[in-house]
Design a protein around this ligand. Sequence first.
Ligand SMILES: O=C(O)CCC(=O)C(=O)O
Length: 271
Amino acid sequence: MFELDKNVRRLTKDEKKQYNDDGYITGLPVFADEASEDLDNLFHTLTSRLDKSIDLNQTNMWHKASISFYNLCRTPSILDYVEDLIGPNFYQWGGQFFLKEPKDGSVVPWHQDAQYWPLKPAKTVTVWLALYDTNEENGAMKIVKGSHKKGIYKHRINEAKHLVLDQEVPDEEIDEKDVISLNLKAGQISLHDDGLLHGSLANNSDRRRCGITMRFAPVNVKADLSVWPHFETQLARGKDKFKFNPIAKVPTGEATPIKKFQYSKEFEGQW
Ligand SMILES: O=C(O)CCC(=O)C(=O)O
């Protein structure tokens, strides 16, 4: 495991309240400065396996494919923070990269995850782990504080090529005074609620910007398999007394996803 920041801890009462009131927490320490090279190596090792014709941002479920990605997502301090928000019994169902190379022009439009995820109840916590320092210059993720309490916003389809997602809430709907940039040092994480409006602008700097997202949900969250047939879970902590969802195997080797949704069995042959 990569060297941990010596300031890793549990969430405070105020931070838990902030998550409930505002829908996010940011700047949480996980990995030490000394781990930056390891994070960079992980990025290069995993992503270099992807065929050049495939857009990394359009792949997902790396935790079902790659043992090193899976192990990163099982870092006890990350799970501690998540447990402090959603309790002791939870699973992981998603794991992906959000990459913006310098000046690649890609933008993540404003959106709410819960609006298109067929998961009930909507209780997923997203961990966004910074692999590199990220701020407004290189397109850090932004959120609209408190928007998770305002219900589902109307999203429209926009299939413009530079957009990482084809659904967006128009800029006019966003109250600028509530927008916060989640600036992170490499090795830090933010956490956000699945009802929170978030997105990110282009990376106009000369520095790579990349985060890994890990999606964790309490075991009582059930997926509608008629919408997402490939949905599978891996227990991250505690027990699953409900067994509502299909289970993915823990990877025993290294495979590479080539799209957003794949069954874990599709990776097995490569391990
Ligand atoms: O990294 C970004 O800019 C967006 C990430 C995102 O949309 C998400 O975590 O759901």
